[in-house]
Design a protein. Structure first.
Length: 263
């Protein structure tokens, strides 16, 4: 592999191959699949803090979406004023417009290395031997539309992979909508949120089986992360809905004029 990812992909290959060799006496033909799963989980654990930061940023952006729409509508013809208002809003909320994007960009190279490993025919100057292993007698280097096509045992294994991946994508989208309900009324976000998660299934259709196993593991981990994030955010301290104002020895009562109170 001669891309900029060549060295890290080669290193990851040797690690997974060592895992596969060590697990073969225990798991037999499933050792390579187990190696793919273990490496994927290790990588996702490594970037987990970045994912939580990204989700926090996305949740804040979703909550601010209606207000951002109002500002853009009000100051759309005054770019400088709009920029000042947006900057003030983000500063007031203790965030920035890149809060949900930066952590994702930082983890992208590592995730790309992992994905490339499981779809590259040649690694380290030689054939990718991981792709010669199989899952239920279907080579990990085979494609759904290649060879005998989408029929027989090959078709069943690929169909099962796609079905599991589609269910995980559905769960991911469902949890995502529950975390960011504020975007429901923003034009264009609804349709995009419904379609975008399923692009992973499309990628799996045109990728080797090894990459499909990686995508299932990685997407399953994403579901777990979002579920944990939802638990963390929902179990946090709730803000009081109403607080009587107390100032200079006077108290505002809900059903009458302000009255003097003893200090």
């Amino acid at each position: 592999m001669t891309t900029i990812y060549g060295v890290p992909v080669d290193a990851a290959y040797h690690l997974v191959f060592a895992l596969t060799t060590a697990l073969t006496p225990i798991l037999g033909g499933l050792a390579a699949v187990a190696g793919i799963v273990l490496l994927t989980v290790a990588v996702r654990l490594l970037v987990m803090p970045l994912n939580f930061r990204a989700m926090r940023g996305q949740a804040i952006a979703a909550r601010l979406a209606p207000e951002l729409q109002k500002l853009r509508k009000r100051y759309g013809k005054q770019p400088e004023r709009l920029q000042r208002e947006l900057t003030a809003l983000y500063k007031r909320e203790g965030t920035s417009m890149f809060a949900g994007l930066s952590p994702m960009l930082l983890q992208w190279p590592l995730l790309s290395v992992t994905y490339l490993l499981f779809r590259s025919a040649r690694v380290g100057g030689g054939p990718n031997m991981l792709l010669t292993r199989d899952l239920f007698a279907v080579p990990l280097g085979s494609y759904w539309l290649g060879g005998t096509g989408p029929i027989g045992m090959r078709g069943l294994v690929f169909a099962g992979t796609f079905a599991v991946l589609a269910v995980l994508c559905w769960l991911l989208a469902r949890i995502g909508r529950s975390l960011m309900p504020a975007t429901a009324g923003v034009p264009g976000t609804g349709a995009l949120a419904k379609v975008l998660p399923y692009l992973t299934v499309v990628i799996a259709v045109f990728a080797p089986l090894a990459a499909g196993v990686y995508l299932v593991t990685s997407t399953g981990w994403s579901v777990l992360e979002r579920w944990l994030f939802r638990i963390r955010t929902s179990s946090g301290p709730s803000r009081p809905q109403h607080q009587p104002a107390i100032s200079a020895g006077r108290r505002s009562l809900p059903d009458g004029p302000a009255k003097e109170v003893s200090p």
